[in-house]
Design a protein around this ligand. Structure first.
Ligand code: HAM
Length: 416
């Protein structure tokens, strides 16, 4: 009897060869600018106490109210698979007293995140983010740097068709002033019970409602931008000034609503033009109250999360990335035992010099090995037999042009 195959759970993103090379490239490209700016790795658990997210991310959010993977563990604790990275990073900063050292605390992270969303192209239940957090400084220049780091990552991938949207959600004073007028406005709308309850928790959520009638009604709602305190306005103007100076273009989107409740002040999103409904390739912002909410001191922070899956889809949509760009440099075909010994040593030497080198293994005829070399997509192939070892030279075959050149084994590295 043939046993039934087990399949991956619905809606997860998976990467396997050859496309996994592209995933790796995209993830590395997004991390590199953060490393260059002195951010340091934080490696955290993928599961946390559920309370971290209900308190940190906010109960009015879809992420917390509908999309968390929550379960009770063997010790009767409520555990949740992390839906995002900021709350966990802040938890760890407080727990390990990093905020008692030099500020800002600058960390980056990369890994899998989990949201029980309705799967579709670019929206997964397990997806990947690269993120950074800079905690403990209010300086608008760091807002600009954080945004610039995200932008540099997308540029390193080769992306062009995206825009940066920014807004400010102001400080507590700005939001309190806005909230009074927004609540008054919302009271004039006819809302169902669930929507009214969500609005009571966080009235800004209504700007993010997908229903056409609510969208239309909210076009007349008062905008937070018009209620910014002098301090918030000055901070935001300063951020924009730095972005201008850096040559990073942006559009103002005063209606932006992020899906997480902790945001305050500078808030931003990167939106790709070719991705359809799931066009957000990254987003972030400031979070003034988060550390305090999680039991720490009153320090502000700012950070971003970039969607690795979506950045990869965007790169493919723009045609700036292809598996052909990630092939091995050399494929060695050894003929016989002593040639294998030589091949293993030679491969190690070339790999130490940074080359990607593969060897044909197994009792294969030359023809079979050539086929394997072809399949691997390697740029060059050499056949290593007794004759080559004796003369210390090989025929280096360029797999693109089909042309072979005779080179000494010692000069292979230069020839490659
Ligand atoms: P977020 O906007 O919820 O922010 O997620 C960041 C990025 O993750 C999104 O722009 C998107 O590219 C990707 N993403 C989110 N959900 C999915 C999904 N279901 N499938 C595929 N990709 C997805 C945060 O998570 C904040 N923690 C970012 C942050 C850090 N803010 C401050 N610091």
């Amino acid at each position: 009897m043939v046993r039934q195959k087990v399949q991956a759970p619905k809606g997860v993103s998976e990467y396997f060869p050859p496309r996994s090379k592209l995933f790796e490239f995209v993830r590395e490209s997004l991390i590199a600018p953060a490393r260059s700016a002195g951010y340091q790795l934080m490696e955290l658990p993928v599961f946390e106490d559920t309370e971290l997210f209900t308190r940190g991310v906010g109960e009015s959010t879809d992420v917390v109210s509908k999309e968390m993977y929550t379960f009770t563990d063997r010790g009767d604790r409520s555990i949740t698979l992390r839906p995002e990275g900021t709350a966990g990073a802040m938890r760890a900063v407080i727990e390990h007293s990093l905020d008692r050292g030099a500020l800002p605390v600058k960390i980056w992270y990369s890994g899998a995140y989990f949201r029980a969303e309705r799967p579709q192209a670019g929206r997964y239940r397990q997806f990947y983010q690269v993120g950074i957090e800079a905690i403990g400084l209010d300086d608008p220049a760091i807002d600009a740097e954080v945004i610039a780091i995200a932008d540099a990552g997308f540029k390193a991938i080769g992306l062009k068709k995206y825009r940066l949207e920014i807004t400010s959600l102001g400080d507590a004073q700005s939001r309190a002033a806005h909230r009074i007028d927004l609540m008054k406005f919302i009271a004039t709308l006819e809302l169902d019970e669930a929507t009214a309850a969500r609005a009571a928790l966080n009235p800004l959520r209504l700007f993010d409602d997908k229903r056409e009638e609510i969208r239309a009604a909210m076009l007349k709602a008062p905008l937070l931008m018009e209620y910014l305190s002098d301090a918030s306005r000055a901070h935001f103007e300063s951020v924009k000034g730095y972005l201008d100076a850096l040559g990073i273009s942006y559009v103002l989107n005063p209606r932006m609503v992020r899906g997480l409740d902790y945001y305050t002040g500078t808030t931003f999103e990167f939106v790709h033009e070719l991705l359809g409904a799931q066009s957000g390739i990254g987003g972030g912002g400031r979070y003034d109250g988060l550390m305090h909410e999680l039991g720490g001191q009153e320090l502000s922070g700012i950070g971003f999360g970039l969607g690795v899956d979506r950045a990869l889809l965007a790169a493919e949509a723009e045609g700036v990335i292809s598996v052909d760009g990630f092939v091995s440099d050399l494929f060695i075909i050894p003929l016989g035992d002593s040639a294998m010994v030589k091949a293993l040593g030679l491969a190690m030497q070339l790999r130490n010099a940074g080359k990607v080198v593969e060897i044909a293994f197994g009792e294969r005829a030359l023809k079979g090995a050539m086929k394997a070399a072809d399949k691997s997509g390697a740029r060059y192939v050499v056949v290593l037999g007794d004759n080559e070892i004796a003369t210390k030279s090989v025929e280096l075959k360029n797999m693109n042009s089909g042309v072979s050149t005779s080179v000494t084994i010692d000069s292979l590295i230069n020839a490659l």
